[in-house]
Write a protein that binds this ligand. Sequence first.
Ligand SMILES: C[S@@+](CC[C@H](N)C(=O)[O-])C[C@H]1O[C@@H](n2cnc3c(N)ncnc32)[C@H](O)[C@@H]1O
Length: 287
Amino acid sequence: MRRTRSGPSIREFLRYYVLVLLAEQSRTKRQLVQGIKQRSADNRSYRSSGALWVGSGEMDKVLSELLETGFIQPANPDNKWQITWHGRRVRRQIERDHQLESDGKERAAEKLLSLLADAPPNSYILDVGTGGGFLALKLAQKGFRVLGIDSGSFDYSKDSIQQAQQQAYSEGGNVEFRQADIGQLAEPDDTFDYVVSSQAMHCMQDQVACLQATHRLLKPGGRFLCIDFLVGLKGFLGHGWHCFLAISREEWVELLLENGFCNVCMYEVDDYLLVEAQKRLKANTQG
Ligand SMILES: C[S@@+](CC[C@H](N)C(=O)[O-])C[C@H]1O[C@@H](n2cnc3c(N)ncnc32)[C@H](O)[C@@H]1O
């Protein structure tokens, strides 16, 4: 994954957050980039590259847009920028417009289940980073055969697998839970019809390794369905800096295509993104 982030999702967030920073005090472009990196520094406890480091060209684009719309103005000397009265009003309006009421994660999971409506009942599904079995148990209730794995990497997730097992015991269904890291799962290649994941990709130490393992484990033509935070303004207002640990829409397209997937589709559900992709049947036979 690149160190500096760019693209429409990041720009959408910056158009808002530059106003937040300038409402506190006038800043230079460099101070704006540094301010964002410092405020997201806690993300480094998940991944050393987890802080949001914005590309300089990206910041230039946003500053010139904000200048054009009259939300900011130059505050010379020192090449500083300051927010205008209009900019302050717009920033407050953005916060009012984005107050979310629905449970985006549940709604994203419903959408994921609807995408499996045509799946054969004997499909074998892997749930990566299953935690307490959020997706695995729903899928087992639908009659699928499910394996839920979790590395137990965090204090909060050390006992997740045991909790999921207890839940499965009371709910029933053809589901197995195992403590395992996706990169080290010792299942043969081409085992699963589907690989699913909810809110786990953002906390992976190595997201590319996870995608490669997913690709290896899927049968040719099998599908990957992944829910995670939406990177951008909605994601930030719903989940704070954490959302930038996730993969943006534009980064997903690049990563999936580079790692042997095709037919990429994405669905925004409030502050979550559901990504769907297919493992190629054979090299170069699908676009
Ligand atoms: C935020 S929890 C999400 C749990 C559940 N899927 C849900 O939606 O409620 C993310 C989980 O991913 C697990 N995880 C992180 N890296 C992993 C890896 N490489 N392999 C398997 N699980 C992993 C963590 O232990 C944690 O339980």
